[in-house]
Design a protein around this ligand. Structure first.
Ligand code: TA6
Length: 286
């Protein structure tokens, strides 16, 4: 455990190949993943790390609500609550490759959303991959419903060279231009403000930071997270965000695995796991 420059508690995970991942206990937010020295995630230079708001980057956890929420903050409270670190059963100290973080209901959450829950969030670093797995446990005596998502910010050199594969044929809700549409492109490239919810993805979704080179991609392998949100604020919205640099939209793309198009209902005493594994693939030329 260490205290990052924000004074907030951070945990570092280390892979056997020297890869490293940092998790801020504010929201149990993965803020960095250096895979063989290459930073895979984007975190804004202006991100607020002191717990006063969600961290603008890395992998914020969206729970119990994706999007605007009449009961509480947008995207729910999980990404702004202080999580607890469980003692690692496999390795201790900062050389652990896998840690579990806990969040349970408290008076503050019950005043917003009257549910009794326990979240167990496992982060595990391995060679060329990062697992983030959320177990939602209903410890109450009534069912509750929620939506959840891993709000992953990927780092890219140039958004205009970036592409996403695996969305062709999917219906998507376009939150910028309105309406529901069907994606007809093999490779989705971003040239304006994108805010789309692609529904019921079956195959893996791949992010290519540079479609011309296509020597490497980030592949999302998911469990119970079948929707994919693609978001880039572009220039105008970037300027409107105080915790995001005006030009940072050039160097990020959110590709977010979620269960958001329909609420999930969890019966009392039951639990359910929602996970994504980001795999860094070295690909031959497409
Ligand atoms: O995931 C896309 C989105 O829902 C966008 O609509 C945008 O609001 C983004 O999340 C960031 O939301 P935030 O509350 O973190 O500013």
């Amino acid at each position: 455990m260490s205290y990052g420059n924000s004074g907030r508690e951070e945990v570092t995970l280390k892979g056997s190949d020297g890869s490293e991942c940092t998790v801020n206990l504010n929201g149990a937010t993965v803020t960095s993943w250096k895979n063989k020295g290459e930073e895979i995630l984007f975190c804004s230079e202006k991100a607020v790390l002191d717990g006063k708001k969600a961290i603008r980057g890395g992998i914020p956890i969206v729970f119990p609500n994706f999007g605007p929420w009449e009961l509480g903050p947008q995207h729910g409270f999980a990404r702004i609550k202080q999580w607890k670190l469980t003692e690692s059963v496999t390795q201790s100290g900062d050389d652990a490759s896998s840690r579990v973080f806990i969040l349970e209901d408290d008076e503050e959450t019950r005043n917003m959303w009257n549910a009794r829950f326990r979240l167990e969030y496992k982060v595990e670093i391995a060679e060329d991959s990062l697992l983030t797995s959320l177990k939602v446990y209903n410890k109450g005596d009534e069912a509750f419903s929620f939506t959840t998502l891993m709000h992953t910010y990927f780092r890219v050199d140039d958004i205009r060279k970036t592409g996403v594969k695996g969305l062709k044929g999917l219906k998507f809700e376009d939150k910028v231009h309105g309406g529901e549409h069907t994606e007809d492109r093999e490779m989705v490239q971003i040239n304006e403000n994108y805010d789309r919810i692609y529904k019921k993805c079956s195959g893996p979704v791949q992010l290519f930071p540079d479609v011309d080179k296509a020597t490497s991609c980030r592949r999302l392998v998911t469990k119970n997270l079948n929707d994919t949100v693609v978001w880039n604020p572009w220039a105008e919205k970037a300027k409107a965000m105080s915790d995001f640099g005006d030009e940072e939209y050039h160097n990020m793309l959110c590709v977010e695995a979620g269960s958001v198009s329909e609420p999930v209902t969890l019966e009392a005493g039951k639990d359910m796991i929602f996970s994504q594994t980001i795999v860094v693939d070295k690909t031959s030329k497409m």
